[in-house]
Every structure is written in structure tokens, then in C-alpha cells.
Design a protein around this ligand. Structure first.
Ligand code: HEM
Length: 111
């Protein structure tokens, strides 16, 4: 969740937002927007519109570290699956309680 302050009066999805109003943006919700994604609750990185996600935000405040984060993920995940080709989820994960960087605190896997 990101909080921004409206620098001018505007309207978002039919809701008037006065100048100076704090607006909480829930990017995790945007990534499950049924108006953007078909079957939005299914995790599918191969979907044709996968690049429409807002996990790194968008516009002026787009994440400066996005390229580094993508590179780290590419290298890390490739190595993980090369070393453990049979790796699979083996139980219920425990979600982090934060709404900012959402994800799992733990996820049991079998190697
Ligand atoms: C998977 C990893 C990451 C995710 C999901 C992520 C996500 C985000 C998001 C959503 C924002 C926008 C926040 C806002 O609108 O206020 C942001 C901004 C930012 N991120 Fe990341 N980030 C990641 C990794 C990184 C890394 C590795 C770096 C630096 C090495 C980094 C540096 C920044 C900076 C400096 C901003 C502020 C940009 C601005 O406000 O102009 N991030 N990030």
C-alpha cells in the first residue's frame, strides 16, 4: 500500500478527491483487477497480459530498482531450480501480515 497526496482536485473511478487528500493505493489489489486480467486470482506469469501488473508501481514513482530486482529474481530462481529440479510446494504457506510488501513469511517445499 502506498499513500499519496492529491496535488489537485480530481476524480478516481467516480469518486471525487479534493486537493490535499491522502489517497492509499493498494497495488496488490490492482494486480487482481478483473477489468485488466482474465482470471485475475490465478497466478500465471505466462498470461499474455502479465506485464500489466503494477508491482513496481507506474509513472513518476516507478521503482528505481526494478531492473536490479528482476535480475536478482532471474538469477536466483534459475539457480534454485537448477539445483533442485524437483522442488515443489509441500504444504500451506504462512502469509506476511503486512499490506506493503505482500508475500509469504514461510512456504514449505519438498526438494
Ligand atoms: C521485488 C522487489 C521490489 C519491489 C516489488 C519494489 C516495489 C516498488 C514500488 C511499488 C515502488 C513505488 C512506491 C511508491 O509509489 O511510493 C518502488 C519505488 C522505489 N523502489 Fe522498489 N521495489 C523492489 C526492489 C527495489 C530495489 C532492489 C531497489 C534499489 C536497489 C528499489 C528502489 C526503489 C526506489 C529508490 C523507489 C522510489 C522511486 C520514486 O519514488 O521515484 N526497489 N518500489
Amino acid at each position: 500500500m502506498t499513500v499519496r497526496e492529491a496535488y489537485a482536485a480530481t476524480s478516481v473511478a467516480g469518486v471525487d478527491v479534493a486537493k490535499g487528500t491522502a489517497v492509499a493505493v493498494v497495488l496488490g489489489g490492482a494486480n487482481r483487477d478483473p477489468a485488466v486480467f482474465v482470471d485475475p486470482d490465478t497466478y500465471d506469469i505466462t498470461r499474455p497480459d502479465a506485464d500489466q501488473h503494477l508491482s513496481f508501481s507506474a509513472g513518476t514513482h516507478f521503482c528505481l530498482g526494478a531492473s536490479l530486482a528482476r535480475l536478482e529474481a532471474r538469477i536466483g530462481l534459475r539457480l534454485l531450480f537448477e539445483r533442485h529440479p524437483s522442488l515443489r510446494v509441500a504444504g500451506q504457506g504462512v502469509r506476511r501480515s503486512t499490506r506493503v510488501l505482500r508475500g509469504y513469511a514461510s512456504l514449505p517445499v519438498a526438494l
